[in-house]
Write a protein that binds this ligand. Sequence first.
Ligand code: FAD
Length: 298
Amino acid sequence: NGLRLDGANDADVKVSYEFFPPKTEKAEADLWAAVQRLEMLQPSYVSVTYGAGGSTQERTLATVSRMVRETSLTPAAHLTCVGATCAAVDSLADQLWEAGIRSIVALRGDPPSGFGGKYEPHPQGYPYAPELIAGLKKRHDFEIFCSAYPERHPESADWQVELDILRRKADAGASKAITQFFFEADVFFEYRDRVANAGIDIDIVPGVMLQPNIAGLSRMAGAVGVQVPNWYRRMFEGLEEDLLTRQMLTASVATDLCAELYDGGVRDFHLYTLNRADIAIAVSRALGESHARIRHRD
Ligand code: FAD
């Protein structure tokens, strides 16, 4: 009957998985193998990212459409407004709706020059995420998720700017904000408090990174303004040639992080799977039992 996350006595833990569209046949086969294994855990939804450039964008539509056709999963498509006219975004939104997609992760996106380049709104486009969200909501009755940055977006001058943008995304119709990845539960809790204290009405869902490639992770974290703690780096030192150990460590640390988040009241988790199933399954199974552990403790 599959590996259910929600035990018979407690159905309160929700997990979602994020994938990226594959670029090669081999990557496509790996993705579908992972999707099939993760489908058994009955996630609340799965999401597929959206890249810069036409062919990558078509792959997002193709991937979520295939998920609707061939699986029991509920896919959400990521969508960005960078470099696109409103007409192009609306047309893609129509295609997603027709394919049966009812949830969108709506984002501004990064400038084509890559991280560090200056973002310029398209003259005929939705300028920023709040306008994109409002436009999508107007077009179809999508459920909209947006991004959140517990360590601030690198372009935000201060917390006021950061929270103001989140408020505008919530006001435009986003019901849930998925966070950038982070490594310490307190980073999440402090951010959640800031959002609550600012009176912003939106669910904040932690995004938990499952990347066992520490060099790649460090590069990505540096580019998006995420702190990788020294203890985390030290844990992986000297394991460059030892993928299995890095995978086990990644699962173990992510499980600890999820347990701390659970203890702090979090019940909805978004896992960045990087299109691999093993670590995501290990973390999900452990997470699904957290409620049982906590009940035992009481
Ligand atoms: P927002 O949170 O709307 O804004 C980002 C920054 O823009 C703000 O902090 C502010 O400094 C500035 N800003 C916003 N509004 C204004 C304004 N009106 N005037 C001036 N400045 C303003 N990228 C992809 O390309 N594809 C994906 O699939 C994708 N998925 C993601 C999923 C998650 C959960 C997260 C956290 C990020 C994802 N990203 C993705 C990355 C995202 O596109 C980048 O972080 C991008 O730089 C910001 O997009 P956003 O929607 O988060 O922007």
